[in-house]
Structures are given as C-alpha cells and as structure tokens.
Design a protein around this ligand. Sequence first.
Ligand code: GTP
Ligand code: MG
Ligand code: ZN
Length: 305
Amino acid sequence: MEGRVMKSTGSWYEVLGEDRQVYLCRLQGKLRLEEVKESNPVAVGDVVELIIDNKDASITEVKPRDNHILRQSVKKTGHTHVLAANVDQVLLIATLKHPRTSTGFIDRFLVSAEAFRIAQVIVFNKKDLLSEEERNEVDQLQNLYSAVGVATEFISAKADESLESVRELLRNKTTLIAGHSGVGKSTLLNRLFPHLKQAVREVSDATQKGTHTTTFAEMFHIDSKTFVIDTPGVKEWGLSEMTSQEISDYFPEMRELRLDCKFGSRCLHLTEPGCAVRQAVEDGRIYLSRYDSYVNMVTGKDNRK
Ligand SMILES: Nc1nc2c(ncn2[C@@H]2O[C@H](COP(=O)(O)OP(=O)(O)OP(=O)(O)O)[C@@H](O)[C@H]2O)c(=O)[nH]1
Ligand SMILES: [Mg+2]
Ligand SMILES: [Zn+2]
C-alpha cells in the first residue's frame, strides 16, 4: 500500500496510508543501509510503499521525489538533513518584532526556495502588536515582495477574526510553514485548523529566546489534497553549496537584467563597469534592501544571521 510520511523521529515514522489510517512504521533494514548522503533517508512528505504484517508496519520503498528542502545537519557532520519532500510551496512567517525577522533572513529564505524551485509566500504576523508606523513599514515590505513576484499577507494569527485569505493560499497544496522560533507558526495552524492542537508557547516572548516549542517537522492532513507541515523555528538557511552566480540568478529581478550587464552572465554586480543591476538600484527599479542582501550573501559576511 502507498502512504505519505507525516512525522519522523529518526527511528519511527508515522505514515498516512491510502486507507486513511495512520501507521507507526519502521524502515526495512535494506533501505536503511542504501542511503549515504543524507542523515535521514525518509523525510516528512515522502511517498512510500508500506507493508503491513500482522501488527507491524514497515516502509519498503521511497518513491522518487518531486523536490525536497534541505537543511544543514545540526551536528555539522557534512551530512545534510532533508527537512521535507514533495512540497508545493513554502510559507515564511515573518514578524517585525517579537522576534524581528530581518530582510536579510527573508531574502536568504527566498533564495533557498528558488534554488529548490519551490513557490514562496510570506505572511507577516503579529499585526496587533504594531504601531501605525510599524504597520506602514510592513505595507512597504509587502510592496517590495509583491514586486519580485512573492505573494504576501499581513495578519494577526491571534486577533484576526477571519484568516480566510491565508486558508485560501493553502487549499489543495502541500505547504511547508517556516520562520524563526516564536513568529507564530503553530499559533496560525491552530487558528486555521483547531483540531490540530499544536504546542504553542504561552509565555512572555522576550525572556524565552532560543527555546523551541516545535521540535520535529510534522505534516498534517487537512483534507484529501491539503497538507501543511509545521517546522521548528530556524535560525539560518544554508547557502553553502551555491556559487555567487547562482545566488544572483535566484534574485528574479537581477536574473532579468543580467544580459544587459557589460560582462553579461559573468557580471556579479559588485564593482564591474557597465553593470545594469547596479544602475537599476540607483534608479530605484531594484530595491536597495534586496541588493544589500545579495551583496551580503555573495561576500559571505552575512550567511548565518
Ligand atoms: N500578539 C500576538 N502574539 C502572537 C501572534 N501569533 C503568535 N503569537 C504568540 O507568539 C508566541 C509564539 O508562538 P508559536 O506559535 O509557539 O511560535 P512558533 O513559530 O510555532 O515557534 P517554534 O515552535 O518555537 O518555532 C506565543 O506566545 C503566541 O501566543 C499574534 O498574531 N499576535
Ligand atoms: Mg511551533
Ligand atoms: Zn551586473
């Protein structure tokens, strides 16, 4: 029988079978040995083949993935960790404060998603905590990101009565929800789908820096075609495997102008003469904060904030 992995703790897997039952499975030994590159051979979102033998269920095969999202392994063993597989879009929750999500972080996140060829959405949360002025700041960020083709929303997961627009974005897709610890990922999921009961930290935010409420990526089955994946808060997204050239290609507004640069596709838009990208920044056609993020990424100063 085919199934989809909902949760993995390393040795046990929760798999939703075609019969709508959830099975607690182990990996068949052979499968475990074959895998070398990644620290986890089976990830949340994987489509797998199951055998159910009396009371024991095991995963015998992992079907080819449409895509996957990698994360640098926490233990820095050189192994990468597959955070999730077969994802239609990633939804980044960002907050102006409690905690602050920097534009540098947002841009690194978008670049990684571009690299995995996965569509992106940004939801700015905690509107209820913001002053008029701060709300204007978020409005401007929304303009900025819609200009580069990213859908955005501005909400309060806690105070808004209707979150219909967000629910609409998730419909009939597999969405990975990402963002720093404390931005409200689990809160939003609980509001949208109250039966999920995700653990939410109910304490004063500021004193609890660095604690994570959600510790494993976990996928929830909302209806036959809608899945959402809650993830633990991330501090950084690895860019280590990308060349400068690739990074510039993952900024769509720069990719578009690259052939207008004097040095064409060899231009890194740093100090080269006749650079169309730098000209566009000067003319205000490319946002300065995006260009700054780009420069920080390629010069490696800012890879892990
Ligand atoms: N004021 C306000 N607080 C919110 C809002 N959304 C979430 N919070 C609070 O922010 C805190 C963190 O929320 P969580 O949902 O646990 O955050 P998370 O992103 O799941 O965090 P991790 O699981 O650690 O990655 C909780 O105290 C929530 O009540 C909001 O829109 N407004
Ligand atoms: Mg959480
Ligand atoms: Zn250039």
